[in-house]
Structures are given as C-alpha cells and as structure tokens.
Design a protein around this ligand. Structure first.
Ligand SMILES: Cc1cc2nc3c(=O)[nH]c(=O)nc-3n(C[C@H](O)[C@H](O)[C@H](O)COP(=O)(O)OP(=O)(O)OC[C@H]3O[C@@H](n4cnc5c(N)ncnc54)[C@H](O)[C@@H]3O)c2cc1C
Length: 310
C-alpha cells in the first residue's frame, strides 16, 4: 500500500460524489469498547453507489483502509493509525418484496442496524431474526462475522449478498452456499469482498410467539451480559461446542480481574469491559493473561473473537 492520505483534489472529488469526510478522526468514538486512536481519514458514503465508487477510487489511489460498521466487534490500537476507514453508517435503506403468502424477502443495505431490523421485522409479525434482537452492530458486520445468539445465526436467514469484488472491481452476487459460513466465519473475512447489501428471508408467524421470543432473549441478555458497559462482546470464540469460556474463566477465579481499566466483567466472565480509561495494551495484556491461565489449567487454546486493528 502507498500513502495513507488522499490528495486534497481527490478528497474534493469524493465529497462531491457523496462521501462525507473527517480528517484525523478518533476511532474511540466509533467503537463499542471506546478505545481507538485516530485515523487520517474517516469516509462516510451516503449511498451504495457512492460506496462502490469510493471502493474503486481507494484502490486506484492505492490507499490503505478498512471497512467500519458500528465497531462492536473491534479491538483497536490507541496509537495513531496508519489506515483509513470507510464507514457504512449512512447505508440504511431497505426494500421489501413479498415472496409468497407466508414469506418476505427484505433487501437491506449493509449499514442498517441488525437489532433495529430484527425489531422492525418482528413488529410486522415475521419470524427469523428474533435471535438478533440484541446483537449490536450492522447487517454487514453481522454477515461478516456470521453473528449468532440463542441458537440462531445469520447464515440461516441470509439468501444472497450483493458484494463488491475488490480484485476485479466488479459487483458480485453471492448465494448462501457461496459464503463459506461457519462458526463466526464467512468468506468476507478472506478480505476480497465487501458487503454492499443483503437479501434476508423471513416468514409470517404468530405475533405473540415472536414477541415472547424477543422478550425472553432480551431479558436473558440484560440479566447475564454487561450490555450497559463498553465492551466488544464475547472476547473469545467457543473453542468446542461443550466448552463454555465464561464459565471456565469464572471457575479459574478470574471474574473481576483487571489490568488497568480493562476488567473481566463481574456479570459475565466471557466479556472484558472498559471500566473507564482502558488502553489497548490493558485489553491485550488481559487477553494474554486469560489465554495463558486457560491453556495451563485446561489445555485449551482460546482464540479472540473480535477483529484486532493496529
Ligand atoms: C454487548 C455486545 C454483545 C454482543 N453480542 C453478540 C452476540 O450475541 N452474537 C454475536 O455473534 N456477536 C455479538 N457481539 C459482537 C458484534 O455485535 C457482532 O460481531 C456484530 O455483527 C459486528 O457488527 P459491526 O457492524 O459492529 O461490525 P464492526 O465491528 O464494525 O466490524 C467487524 C468486522 O466486520 C467487517 N465489516 C463490517 N461491515 C462490513 C461490510 N459491509 N463489508 C465487509 N466487511 C465488513 C469489518 O471490517 C470488521 O473486520 C456483541 C458485541 C457487543 C459489544
């Protein structure tokens, strides 16, 4: 990759084309952990067309960048960053298509809040996305991570994704079977495809049944997770189906253990929270400490779930 900064002339072109631009922007304001140094440029395309065109231009200018959704699955270095971000926050449109008497296909842009979408669809009496009612972040981030909860996963509801192929500068439609979905995995993690929009299938169901599921999942989340504190969600992936990371960390006496302001949540030991001014190093040191103790005590190697940007 070349220079991090785009020339003033080219920035003006991006702006005129529908991309908001902020220079020297601190990412701590864009991450749920409230940690993150400044990027030279944060770019905010206002339409899908501008998004694609900006992706094309960034490649042409040879500019390093990352795609930013709502930053709820990120651990970002608090040093000055040597890449820019292209943020999907304005890409919120959706179209509804009736598939048959029972089902709807929702075509949604990648920046839409997944949890808002879940509540909207459930409110119309359609089932399928209840599992996502409390998953923070965007539809794009949810597909990238194959986000899931309470037995549901994105791969079950996503029919199709419209993506931008960075290798060939083309728009590519991917079907479910093309997306290599696995536990917190998708083809998008390979780095060549950016999610522009997705088609999601939902089915008509009993309104009260749907409402009760949402109520149950939200209650469980509120009672068990520190959702009112800055965090990046579960810090480790589940290494095998019957291995509960939070319970293990708790049994090893690490609940509440802290390095600086990064602390193993006292509510759910699978979460690290920022109880004030935690630094990137505090979080990384705490992760390493937990990994070491779990490896020594249980012989299990834990893998970090959020993406680490440095
Ligand atoms: C309190 C809390 C609870 C959580 N609970 C859950 C849970 O129950 N289940 C679960 O699975 N996760 C959970 N998470 C993690 C997180 O919410 C999900 O992973 C979410 O899907 C991330 O979406 P995002 O928009 O915030 O992505 P970001 O954090 O912004 O980005 C994550 C990755 O996705 C990439 N990305 C984002 N958008 C696109 C795009 N359009 N195209 C290509 N790449 C893209 C980014 O480049 C980055 O690599 C939780 C997090 C928190 C803070």
């Amino acid at each position: 990759m070349g220079e991090v900064m785009i020339s003033e002339e080219n920035l003006k072109k991006l702006y005129i084309n529908g991309c908001d631009i902020k220079k020297n922007e601190p990412l701590k304001y864009y991450t749920s952990f409230r940690i993150g140094g400044s990027v030279p440029l944060a770019l905010f395309p206002k339409t899908l067309k501008t998004f694609s065109e900006t992706l094309f231009k960034l490649k042409e200018y040879n500019i390093p960048y990352k795609i930013l959704g709502q930053g709820t699955n990120l651990i970002v270095s608090d040093s000055d960053l040597k890449f820019n971000v292209l943020c999907t926050k304005y890409l919120n449109n959706l179209k509804i298509e009736k598939k048959d008497n029972r089902s709807l296909v929702i075509e949604v842009e990648s920046g839409m809040s997944l949890s808002t979408l879940s509540f909207l669809i459930s409110g119309w009496g359609y089932s399928g996305l209840e599992f996502a009612c409390g998953i923070p972040g965007t539809v794009g981030g949810g597909i990238y991570m194959n986000a899931g909860a309470y037995g549901g996963e994105m791969k079950e509801v996503v029919l199709e994704v419209e993506s931008y192929d960075l290798k060939n500068n083309t728009i590519r439609i991917l079907k479910k079977e093309d997306m290599k979905f696995g536990y917190r995995k998708s083809i998008f993690q390979e780095g060549n495809l950016v999610i522009l929009s997705a088609k999601i299938l939902v089915e008509k169901d009993n309104q009260e049944f749907i409402y009760n599921k949402i109520k149950e999942y939200s209650t469980r989340r509120w009672e068990k997770q520190p959702i009112d504190m800055p965090s990046a969600g579960s810090i480790f992936k589940r290494p095998k189906p019957d291995f509960y990371v939070g319970t293990t960390i708790e049994e090893l006496g690490l609940k509440g253990y802290a390095i600086g302001d990064a602390q193993i949540s006292t509510k759910h030991a699978g979460f690290i929270i920022n109880r004030g001014n935690a630094s990137f190093e505090d979080v990384i040191s705490l992760i390493e400490h937990v990994k070491k103790i779990v490896k020594e005590s249980c012989g299990v190697s834990l893998e970090v779930e959020p993406q680490i940007w440095r």
